[in-house]
Write a protein that binds this ligand. Structure first.
Ligand code: GRF
Length: 186
């Protein structure tokens, strides 16, 4: 399965998926890493792993459609079949959604539908919840909506964002890998 990973940040989930592809646990190949942040750490990770980087700055395009059309051009060049979002901080628009219907997957650091959007871990701690978690879901036009594929609970640690984020990240890496293995074996 040829996949594109979309990421805007440190890329620890990208790293976990890349490793799973490399060691054969996940029968997929990351043919391109798409980012809207050319200076994000995930770019270093992709280069180190020998994976093509496609960086597109939304501000270089007059519309979201034009931005996504440029991305789509790259995806088509390398025959991408699935889009895997891993900390990609942009809402997916109609253009990509209609090119990849039910073939875009996202991971989010909460038990959706609780705490969608930015800073999900901070939101959960702010609300005083004791259990939060991780959700892997198919992407639709909403913000962190779309059919849920898998969820796992993670306990909040000492009401602390950093400690809880660390625990969540560890669960994300495992859950994303497991969910993609299952999805690609269908
Ligand atoms: C993860 O918590 C993911 O759930 C969210 O963004 C974060 C990305 O982390 N969508 P990383 O860049 O993979 O380390």
């Amino acid at each position: 399965v040829k996949i594109a990973v979309f990421a805007s940040g440190s890329g620890s989930n990208f790293g976990a998926i890349e490793e799973a592809c490399r060691n054969g646990a996940l029968h997929a190949e990351i043919v391109v890493m798409v980012t809207n942040k050319p200076d994000a750490y995930v770019v270093e990770r992709a280069k180190k792993a020998g994976i093509q980087v496609a960086a597109f700055c939304p501000k270089d395009f007059s519309t979201k459609d034009a931005y996504e059309e440029a991305i789509l051009g790259t995806l088509r060049e390398v025959d991408v079949e699935w889009l895997i979002l891993a900390g990609y901080m942009r809402l997916i628009g109609q253009h990509l959604l209609s090119a990849y219907p039910s073939r875009i997957v996202n991971i989010h650091p909460s038990l959706l539908p609780s705490f969608p959007g930015k800073d999900a871990i901070g939101q959960a701690i702010e609300q005083g919840v004791k259990i939060t978690g991780v959700t892997v879901h198919l992407v639709d036009e909403g913000m962190d909506t779309g059919p849920i594929l898998a969820q796992r609970a993670v306990a909040v640690i000492d009401g602390d964002v950093d400690k809880t984020a660390e625990a969540i990240h560890a669960v994300e890496h495992e859950l994303y890998k497991e969910t993609l293995i299952e999805l690609f074996s269908r």
